[in-house]
Design a protein around this ligand. Sequence first.
Ligand SMILES: N[C@@H](CCC(=O)N[C@@H](CS)C(=O)NCC(=O)O)C(=O)O
Length: 215
Amino acid sequence: MALTLYFHPLSSYCQKALIALYENGTAFTPHFVDLMDPAARAAFMKIWPIGKFPVLHDDAGDRTIPESSIIIEYLARHYPGPSALVPADPDRARQTRMRDRFFDNYVMTPMQKLVFDRMRPEGKADPYGVEEAKALMARALDLIEPEMATKRWAMGDDFTMADCAAAPALFYADMQMPFGATHPNTAAYLARLRERPSYARALREAEPYLARVPR
Ligand SMILES: N[C@@H](CCC(=O)N[C@@H](CS)C(=O)NCC(=O)O)C(=O)O
């Protein structure tokens, strides 16, 4: 098979790439990476020395593609399917990329800060950084909330790369800093994302590991 995805089902960025693959029924070989296993980590670092997943490998051209957004752009270009995850219209493509960046930088990044801070060794917590992350996430949610009053998906009627980014970001953000009571439109959007078959599948696959996430 041409495509291999190096990933772990619990990882939010891996879920983002999985949604894109499942959305278009793209065939790929799943390569599970357990970064807690030193041998598996060392082998993965040879593929992508930054050591962060997901990473896609395409036998065609022997291409290694890291970074979830770049993976989705690559799939949209080389393995297109019924869901045009990056719109053909240049202006809509730019808006999609903007929303993808928004969810990654202002929801996923602070969400990860909250998760990883809880995993730090005793005495190494970073309460100031956590407060900053919470404030950033709250600002992001305040911007998403009015947008999602009228929209089904991040770009309107069409499911795009922005929704691939939004689903795991909002899922884990809600786990760390529940927003259902304060941001009902965003919560309803998350509920729609969870029902979307591509994300429902990624979540089912993450389910056996979810208890590992500190909250
Ligand atoms: N910018 C990267 C971020 C990837 C990322 O942060 N992956 C996390 C899992 S969600 C990871 O590999 N963490 C392992 C580590 O840092 O050791 C992307 O979009 O793919």
